[in-house]
Ligand binder design. Structure first.
Ligand SMILES: Cc1cc2nc3c(=O)[nH]c(=O)nc-3n(C[C@H](O)[C@H](O)[C@H](O)COP(=O)(O)OP(=O)(O)OC[C@H]3O[C@@H](n4cnc5c(N)ncnc54)[C@H](O)[C@@H]3O)c2cc1C
Length: 379
């Protein structure tokens, strides 16, 4: 399924994740510290540039392998994901100058980008976002707010989805959406941490834009046409989330298998009891199926194909397979699963997150229903 080179990327990322380790990851989460050791190792091995064709000659598949490899070691590195999906659109639709200013530093210095699309009122209905960039001479003035933004304060740059024409003023709801990339420490940008526990060092924020002055160099591509670029972004996001779900599923399943081999109850290892064994076997099969779908989607993207259907299906199947693996891991560990120190239940928030974010599975199903099966639109 993977070439030798691709397999090496997956293995290297997993090795780095294992070396950095869950203990370090959880300590950073408790102490609200950035996992700098991890980013240092990714930089040393050039994995920070995985997926950036102009720098490393690699594509989305390689970025997905890094994401999956780290997750296979128990590290759901969401800032790798937000950085990569953001730099993909900047690299593809931005100028050469924007590439040098915002993309190259993510490869060569480990700088990070947060992706800011969600607004509390609009929710899944992105068309109804209200963050607005008003044109002025040489640039824009940005006002509004975004919520649930992963790693926003710790990131170096923000990729912001804003309206440049109000929803009420356009005939086509897709018109008037624009993408901007900006330094996170720009004046007028402030952050409020949310009380979310993912047992990960990456905090979620509400981000406020209060009269932020943007220049024309902050705009990606053409004004009002951002929706064309956004779809690329969102498909990359689905594929990376799928990679993370698969990797975490593999991690908790591996832990469950190890435990089931050595835990003896009624004089036999519990792994011999088919009530557990079959569920583990089923989870493994579903993770493998998700992996095939995901690699296929990533390869299609790298070949320049349309991947809406494939990326959505991979996200759906992978998020469900990850959760299934988590469920059987919980059952295998019995009462011990509830002890935070066993570090199994600690995976629930993040594995379950992928059913809801970056897009809910209801909207994914709705996409497949409409665009793959040709069923009528529901909303
Ligand atoms: C930990 C975390 C990290 C996140 N990180 C980021 C980030 O970095 N950047 C970012 O921009 N966002 C981020 N998000 C936001 C995330 O993408 C949204 O929470 C998600 O897209 C769902 O939107 P919502 O929460 O507004 O739910 P809502 O849109 O309010 O949906 C609520 C429920 O209604 C259902 N529903 C809504 N409409 C329909 C319909 N038409 N048909 C069927 N069901 C429907 C949904 O499926 C869902 O189950 C993050 C969220 C979390 C929790």
């Amino acid at each position: 399924m993977l070439s030798e080179e691709e397999a090496l990327i997956l293995k290297t990322a997993e090795k780095i994740g294992t070396m950095v380790g869950r203990d370090y990851w959880l300590r950073c989460a408790r102490e609200k510290k950035s996992p700098d050791m991890l980013w240092g190792e990714l930089l040393k091995t050039n994995l920070t540039s995985a997926g950036v064709e102009r720098v490393s000659g690699t594509g989305l598949l390689e970025a997905a392998l890094v994401q999956e490899g780290l997750a296979r070691a128990g590290l759901p590195v969401l800032q790798f994901l937000t950085t990569h999906l953001s730099r993909t659109v900047i690299a593809k639709y931005g100028t050469g100058q924007q590439f040098e200013r915002f993309v190259r530093p993510t490869c060569e210095q480990g700088k990070k980008i947060s992706f800011c699309i969600t607004e509390s009122e609009a929710g899944s209905n992105t068309w109804r976002i209200r963050t607005f960039a008003k044109k002025r001479d040489g640039g824009y003035i940005l006002n509004g707010q975004k919520t649930f933004i992963t790693g926003a304060r710790e990131s170096d740059y923000l990729l912001i989805v804003a309206r440049t024409k109000r929803y009420e003023e356009v005939e086509d709801k897709k018109d008037g959406i624009s993408l901007f990339v900006v330094e996170a420490n720009n004046s007028g940008i402030s952050f409020e941490a949310l009380n979310i526990e993912l047992y990960s060092p990456e905090t979620q924020y509400t981000v406020y834009f209060d009269g932020v002055e943007l220049s024309d160099e902050n705009l990606i591509g053409e004004v009002d046409r951002g929706v064309n670029y956004l779809f690329d972004c969102l498909n990359v996001e689905r594929i990376l989330i799928a990679a993370c779900s698969i990797g975490l599923g593999e991690y908790v399943l591996r832990r469950a298998v190890e435990y089931a081999k050595q835990r003896v109850v009624f004089d036999k290892p519990i792994g011999s009891y088919q009530g557990l064994q079959f569920r583990m076997a089923r989870a493994k099969a579903h993770l493998e199926a998700a992996r095939s779908l995901n690699y296929n989607a990533a390869r299609l993207f790298d070949g320049g194909g349309k991947v809406g259907a494939e990326a959505n299906m991979a996200k759906l199947v992978a998020s469900e397979a990850g959760l299934e693996a988590f469920e059987i891991a919980m059952q295998t560990f019995g009462g011990n699963a509830y002890d935070l120190d066993t570090d199994i239940i600690t995976f629930y928030p993040v594995i379950r997150l992928f059913i809801t974010a970056p897009v809910t599975n209801e909207l994914v199903l709705s996409y497949i229903g409409r665009h793959v099966l040709g069923l009528p639109k529901s909303y």
